[in-house]
Design a protein around this ligand. Structure first.
Ligand code: HEC
Length: 200
């Protein structure tokens, strides 16, 4: 339709063209801003994802009333398997654990950060599961469970995890990965998680 003086301004084609261009441009800038903000939150060593060497420390999980969510607190030095690692060593170990979980397809049954399958428990905070008993035995119990989980049922699902042929070295790496995973501030996911008592 050709423009004429009697046309309503909000019904004109040029008005809607301009509006579209401006909206797209503004939303593009908003998207760039959100992306930069997200990057700073999810980068290792960033706001929500601690450095790999966090596995050298005790990980507590405390209620933050102002956020209405449980948040991880990196506490005193408490090296995994009694061995303090450098940032590079910790990264290599956590990486190995992650790759093992990919290679063994753990996400066929489990979720991490909510991604995966819903047959078995979410593993984001598995490191803090009270099932692993006290602080002193926790890491060895986890290694033993991952190497041979058959007949070690400990939850109310009534489901069992099969033996996936995970080696001793791989199981240690998986535990490092899960400990590091528990340090991530996930806005309280999974909800209502009851963590292990760190003082025992
Ligand atoms: C065939 C399905 C299946 C696969 C594949 C599987 N799991 Fe499991 N897993 C389970 C089930 C079911 C449970 C709960 C068993 C129980 O409570 O005794 C479980 C429990 C666990 C737990 C304890 C969780 C907690 O919160 O205490 C860990 C840790 C774990 N699995 C790690 C792994 C890892 C690592 C892999 C890959 C190497 C893996 N799982 C692959 C089914 C599976």
């Amino acid at each position: 339709m050709a423009a004429n003086d009697n046309e309503l301004w909000w019904a004109s084609e040029t008005f809607w063209k301009k509006t579209t261009i401006w909206t797209t441009a503004v939303m593009f800038l908003v998207l760039v801003g959100l992306t930069l903000d997200t990057m700073s939150q999810i980068q290792v060593g960033g706001k929500r994802v601690p450095a790999y060497s966090a596995i050298n420390h005790r990980i507590d999980y405390k209620m933050d009333e102002s956020r209405h969510a449980q948040v991880p607190v990196i506490g005193i030095e408490e090296p995994l398997f009694g061995k303090k690692l450098t940032e590079q060593e910790a990264e290599a170990l956590v990486d190995h654990g992650k790759l093992t979980m990919h290679a063994k397809n753990c996400m066929d049954c489990h979720t991490i950060l909510g991604n995966g399958a819903y047959y078995a428990p979410d593993l984001t905070k598995a490191w803090l599961d009270p099932y692993w008993g006290s602080r002193g035995v926790r890491e060895e119990l986890m290694v033993a469970f991952i190497k041979d989980p058959t007949d070690k049922i400990h939850n109310s699902l009534g489901r069992r995890m099969p033996n996936l042929g995970v080696t001793d070295t791989e199981a240690h790496a998986v535990v490092a990965y899960l400990k590091w995973m528990s340090t991530i501030d996930t806005n309280g996911f999974p909800n209502n998680f009851k963590p292990i008592d760190q003082e025992n």
